[in-house]
Write a new protein. Sequence first.
Length: 313
Amino acid sequence: MPSMRSIKRRKESVTSTQQITKAMKLVSTVKLQKARAKVEANTPYFEALYKTICSILSKTWELDNRFLTENKSGKRVVIAMSSNRGLAGGYNSNIVKKIDSMGFDKEGTLIYGLGQKGIEGLKRRGYHVEWDESDIINEPLYNDCIAITKTIMEKFDAGEVDEVYVAYTDFENTVTHIPTVRKILPLSREDFQEDIGKLFDESEMDQNLQMNYGMSNSGIERDMVLFGAVMDHYHPEQKILNEIIPKFMTNILYGAFLQSIASENAARMQAMDSATENAEDMISTLELQYNRARQGSITQELTEIIGGAEALS
């Protein structure tokens, strides 16, 4: 059995660790609340963009837009969002495993890393990290997403890459965080068409357009109503897509940032909660060991005293 001194030192060490895990849990809880508030605030804007694109694409199938055209360079970009710190359970390893499970050709895959832990994991699996901007993940701004979108679109327009994916962790709730890989370029009409029936009531839209604006349910006129206002002068559908789709992609990236940060803090909160509970169990076990060692020491001392007294008598 370990000595009383070693047990006491071990107990003090575990107690100090428990205080740290408690503090980290509280910090993660506060950060999670802020991240969830940002996710909720961003949702209406994203839904407005999504509805507008759905409507335009559903009425203009003949458009040959540059964002709907596939390239043939043999290269793809994966924007990998993870964290710069550990102690978050399986948060970082799960996103690395998700990317690896997609079956991408490693030689033709360029990793745009946002988070050191994810970059390290992908490098170990043989992926090439083309771009490292891990500092952004600490406090992502919408302007950062605009800059990333601009860089990616320049490469896509130049034909340097065929596809662009964003890998992030989708925040469902405090317990459930789903690693997700989403294709953002080129866009597919089918991806939007699937939701058109859910988003729009055709007969109701026709009635509202005729009653309120004297318009027919055709192409761009309807899209202007969906976007929140009827404009007297408007651009052709091609120009509107060229304006809206970059904003849509920027918002996807920004939303992925917010989802990832919420998931990271939720995962760290859970990990620190489990660590605190484990520390409590260890402290209880060490206290029991210490009391047994103390009892044994007292018994031994009494035995020696009694034995010494008998020897003198």
